[in-house]
Design a protein around this ligand. Structure first.
Ligand code: CUA
Length: 337
């Protein structure tokens, strides 16, 4: 019995030393990229316990083996055979029940972690992902945006519906941990909840051709307000290619007009555009003017020509607009009512 106690203590000591060694070498945690998603937490939790199990099993095998080799080695002059014995029911039961129990625990831990990574949030945002040799494209169907950068709001689950237009690719952001293949002819789902604002990269993790290694696109986890701002900006850009109003709106974003002119009637440095077109405007000199195209155009070109009552005479920052662009901006202002 003495031997069992000594071996037991040695196994525990060795297991702790092995774990500390692996931790020191960075295998246990430091080698990982940052944990940028909710899903990464349960995966890293599983990883941590795997390292613990590895340390223990390594010691459980190596320590008794080394102990036996040293303590029970053949002594000088000893020519006798080893003791002969047949069967040991107790031992058989022990080494069946313990591994059975261990496997059940592992199954539970694995299922728990899988459940955590797949947990569905009914309020998840859907983003469509298209993989093709050798780049990624992201579409926000809700907003009519297509981008080659994936912007995600922090603390909000997104579900990526991924399709490939050629071969098999694999969507992998190491900081998110979860990896998902993108298979032609099929839509695969990938759920992620970013928890850390930052700039990351999606890499393709499936050899897909000559430029596989360069199949990377930016993944940006934004604060909620930065995300909304990005959406607004992208929407404006998307609209710019369509209607005169859309082009006009994009111009007002691009030229910073909306930094001083509100579009919802709220008070800013400059007069609001909300309900402006066609309205009667009171001027600083006490006269009034109807905000028709001529007035709007004149004011865009020279803000001091007809100063509006109640606003300090600020000169708008310089910009250059073609007559067509001015017409587009006016078309946009007309939509604000
Ligand atoms: Cu796509 Cu490798």
């Amino acid at each position: 019995m003495g031997h069992f106690v000594i071996v037991g203590i040695l196994v525990i000591v060795m297991a702790i030393l092995t774990y500390m060694g692996l931790d020191l070498a960075g295998v246990a945690t430091q080698m990982h990229p940052v944990e940028a998603s909710l899903q990464s937490l349960s995966i890293d939790w599983l990883w941590h316990w795997q390292i613990v199990a590895i340390s223990f099993l390594f010691s459980l095998i190596v320590v008794p083996m080394a102990y036996s080799m040293i303590v029970f080695r053949r002594r000088k002059g000893d020519t006798s055979d080893g003791e002969h014995f047949e069967g040991n029911t107790t031992l058989e039961i022990v080494w069946t029940v313990i591994p059975l129990f261990a496997v059940l625990v592992l199954a539970y831990m694995g299922s728990y972690s899988l459940g955590e990574t797949r947990r569905v949030d009914p309020n998840a945002i859907t983003i469509k992902v298209k993989a093709q040799q050798f780049s990624w494209t992201f579409e926000y169907p809700e907003y009519g945006i297509v981008s080659n950068e994936l912007h995600l709001p922090v603390d909000q689950q997104v579900v990526l519906k991924m399709e490939s237009s050629d071969v098999i690719h694999s969507f992998w952001v190491p900081e998110f941990r979860v990896k998902q293949d993108v298979v032609p002819g099929r839509v695969t789902e990938y759920r992620i909840t970013p928890i850390l604002v930052g700039n990351y990269k999606v890499r393709c993790a499936e050899l897909c051709g000559a430029s596989h290694a360069y199949m990377e696109n930016g993944v940006i986890v934004d604060t909620k307000s930065d995300y909304d701002a990005w959406i607004t900006e992208q929407q404006a850009a998307a609209l710019a290619n369509q209607t005169p109003e859309g082009k006009g709106q994009a111009l007002t974003v691009k030229n910073g007009c909306i930094g001083c002119h509100s579009v919802d009637g709220s008070k800013m440095t400059g007069p609001t555009w909300f309900g402006l077109a066609g309205s009667t405007v009171e001027l600083a000199d006490g006269t009034t003017v109807v905000a028709d195209d001529a007035y709007l155009s004149e004011s865009i070109l020279n803000s001091k020509a007809k100063e509006v009552a109640g606003f300090s005479p600020t000169v708008m920052p310089p910009y250059s607009l073609t007559p067509e662009e001015i017409a587009n901006i006016i078309a946009y202002i007309k939509t604000l009512k």
